[in-house]
Design a protein around this ligand. Structure first.
Ligand SMILES: [Fe+2]
Length: 353
């Protein structure tokens, strides 16, 4: 697990400086003594944190069984679909790639011959990544990130949105591409003026990444799943398998020398990238221009779709206690959101994703 300057999880109302909590003595509130004193919160923060920790431990008792079951189900469904071919590092028929860099397919949703059914058959079923855009220029979605809980300090900020929040525009697309899907994580916002994340695959219930770029521009690298499986230099993390040093500004792309083919493209504002995040290695870098006043903002939705996940993902989910702990804390966050209505902030690791 990567070191973090702050405790791993905290509430937005202490996001200004969690560490100061222990240095600043709190002035006790006494009724009627001072007009400048403010009433303390109904539920003290320390109690909330205690509740969160107890909840995490309780969920931790269940998560290993749940994860092992999901891993087995994923394994069986994958073996029955495309996994044998992909295991050998062979591309789906007709989808062979050139050596080195390849452009990604960009599909215009306003084109006359555009059909979600065709996209599902040609791309989703084979875990081929693609980008959706609208040539008419209209916004795909008016989604905006939460204003609370965000503090731009030059590091990656991952904010968890409300689990059942609707995103008109995006939800319809996801329903059309993944019928009968469920979200396997709450919506996640990727914010902050960081530059480069780690190249990684996600360890979670097999899911696709539906990545809507609300604002800004990103340099994106995606290694197809059948070649990701051949990469031996990935290391297990808390909720991912990652390429060490891939967030390095100079040597961050060295790992690509050992990859036969990959997609690389500049992702533009108001486009919707869809790819298999538990099967394809992905690597995002923010692109900044002189005229930019804000950093890129991205919203990620994860519809469950168990196909072509990397076998290391199943192994980590079923056997790695660090993954059990991470998944337990995520679930505890969800419960805390429901109970206290608080916006919880994910760990600010500074370089992941
Ligand atoms: Fe990811």
């Amino acid at each position: 697990m990567e070191p973090s300057a702050v405790p791993p999880y905290f509430f937005h109302d202490q996001a200004q400086s969690c560490s100061k909590l222990h240095r600043k003595p709190r002035v006790a509130w006494e009724p009627g003594k001072s007009k400048t004193q403010t009433r303390p919160p109904v539920v003290p923060l320390r109690l909330k944190i205690l509740f969160w920790r107890v909840l995490t431990v309780m969920i931790l008792l269940v998560v290993p069984v749940f994860n092992i079951l999901i891993a087995i189900i994923n394994c069986i469904t994958d073996r029955c679909t495309h996994a044998f071919r992909a295991c050998r590092g062979v591309a789906p028929k007709g989808r062979e790639l050139l050596e080195g860099e390849n452009p990604i397919d960009e599909l215009d949703m306003d084109a006359e011959d555009f059909s979600f059914k065709k996209v599902r058959e040609d791309y989703v079923k084979h875990s081929i990544p693609f980008v959706l855009f609208s040539s008419s220029g209209k916004r795909i979605s008016d989604a905006t990130p939460p204003t609370e809980g965000f503090k731009d300090d030059g590091r990656l900020q991952v904010l968890m949105d409300k689990a059942f929040r609707c995103f008109p525009g995006l939800d319809e697309i996801i329903r059309a591409l993944f019928p009968c899907h469920v979200r396997v994580t709450p919506p996640l916002w990727f914010l902050g003026t960081y530059t480069k994340g780690l190249a990684h695959i996600d360890v979670m219930n097999a899911a696709f990444d539906c990545y809507y770029l609300v604002k800004g521009e990103k340099d994106v690298i995606i290694v197809p799943h059948f070649l990701t499986w051949k990469m031996k230099n990935l290391k297990p993390g808390g909720d991912n398998w990652y390429v060490p040093n891939s967030s390095d500004p100079i040597k961050g792309y060295d790992y690509l020398k050992g990859v036969k083919s990959y997609y690389r493209f500049k992702m533009q504002e108001n486009t919707f990238l869809i790819f298999n995040s538990s099967g394809c290695l992905h690597h995002f870098t923010n692109v900044y221009h002189e005229e930019d006043t804000t950093s890129p903002q991205a919203l990620v939705l994860h519809p469950g779709y168990a196909t072509n996940s990397d076998p290391r993902v199943w192994a980590s989910m079923g056997l790695d206690p660090r993954v059990w702990l991470r998944h337990s804390t995520h679930m505890a966050q969800l419960v805390m959101n429901s109970v206290f209505g608080a916006q919880l902030v994910l760990p600010r690791t500074g370089s992941k994703y």
